[in-house]
Write a protein that binds this ligand. Structure first.
Ligand code: HEC
Ligand code: HEC
Length: 88
């Protein structure tokens, strides 16, 4: 009976393609990036030139709850600032 296994293979192939298409559609539908970029001002200019990991050591000197520029309420997890606040 060669019929049955063949049908199964076709079914799995269809499922595989459908899952792939679903993932691509999901990624394409992601909202455009709107997170504010790292500013180009006197405070932040120097961090554009540094390595990301190096620069991020300084962010929380000011961006902490007691600092001069606390993060807004409901700010997402803040690990690695520059992955979200891109440099331009
Ligand atoms: C010396 C203090 C200081 C340091 C260090 C600092 N910031 Fe800031 N940051 C500020 C202040 C004050 C503001 C608000 C005024 C402004 O926009 O410049 C601000 C604003 C921002 C904003 C919002 C800009 C906007 O358009 O609303 C982002 C994003 C930001 N900082 C990210 C960072 C990141 C990422 C780092 C580390 C690489 C960093 N900051 C380091 C003081 C600092
Ligand atoms: C997971 C992504 C993510 C990470 C990591 C992250 N942020 Fe944010 N941040 C956001 C989002 C989203 C907002 C909401 C406002 C917006 O769209 O920019 C925000 C808002 C801010 C604001 C206020 C901007 C404004 O104009 O109101 C500052 C300042 C800021 N973040 C600084 C930082 C700093 C400093 C770090 C690292 C310690 C950090 N962020 C890490 C996503 C992130």
């Amino acid at each position: 009976m060669p019929e049955k296994p063949k049908r199964n293979t076709l079914l799995y192939n269809i499922m595989f393609v459908a899952a792939g298409a679903g993932i691509i559609l999901f990624l394409l539908a992601a909202p455009p990036e709107t997170t504010v970029k790292l500013p180009h001002d006197d405070i932040h200019q120097k961090y554009h030139a540094m390595k990301k990991k190096q620069a991020e050591k300084f962010c929380e000197k000011c961006h902490n709850p007691q600092g001069e520029a606390p993060l807004p309420q409901g700010h997402p997890p803040k690990y690695r600032c520059l992955f979200c606040h891109k440099r331009s």
